[in-house]
Write a protein that binds this ligand. Sequence first.
Ligand SMILES: Cc1cc2nc3c(=O)[nH]c(=O)nc-3n(C[C@H](O)[C@H](O)[C@H](O)COP(=O)(O)O)c2cc1C
Length: 203
Amino acid sequence: MSADRPLIAIVVGSGRRERFADYPLEWLREQLADRDDLELSVIDLRDYALPFYDEDVPPAKAPREYHGNAELQRLARAVDAAEGFIVISPEYNHGYPALLKNALDHLFVEFNRKPVAFVGYGNVGGARSIEQLRLVTIELEMAPSRFSVNIFPHSMSRARAGEHPGQVFAEYTAKLQLAVDDLVWWSRALTTARTRAGDGDAS
Ligand SMILES: Cc1cc2nc3c(=O)[nH]c(=O)nc-3n(C[C@H](O)[C@H](O)[C@H](O)COP(=O)(O)O)c2cc1C
């Protein structure tokens, strides 16, 4: 982790066993593997057995109080370490999944002053869930990017039919590059700013 080569975490926002999210996840991993201006991690929310939110005091008022919840602590460590995020999100009833909201609600300072970009999919490319995520991440004191990747149903069908994600999503590569270039810019800038301000360990 460094301002030069920020650690970008891909957050997988669907936990369904047969989720579509795995296709864009594979594509992102392939596309970003060779970039020498970032490091990559994956925060797969399916791997964190969080309870449905049931804390007495909101995380913004009780920072880093995990009440012995080892799963939450593990998630907090992964989020703390990241300097920028790419959230992969489906659209459920024109919003984003409860799994993702539950994870976002459990933390606060761990997300603060870090940038986030979005990869959405669905009938309108996940645009409605991404717009909601932009509002919610502002409340987490994040810097949501105007750039996003919107994957439409014709690509979803091809990926589900077994075509390689790199081939199926090739039409979105330019959009992804814009989003990631911007994310790296903001990650570097905000890591430097957090370090100067003495925010925690500035991760
Ligand atoms: C509860 C539910 C609601 C959905 N609502 C929408 C919707 O509002 N807009 C949309 O484009 N797709 C909607 N879909 C279809 C999803 O785009 C599709 O199931 C997709 O595969 C979900 O992502 P996932 O498989 O990664 O969980 C919905 C699916 C579910 C399960």
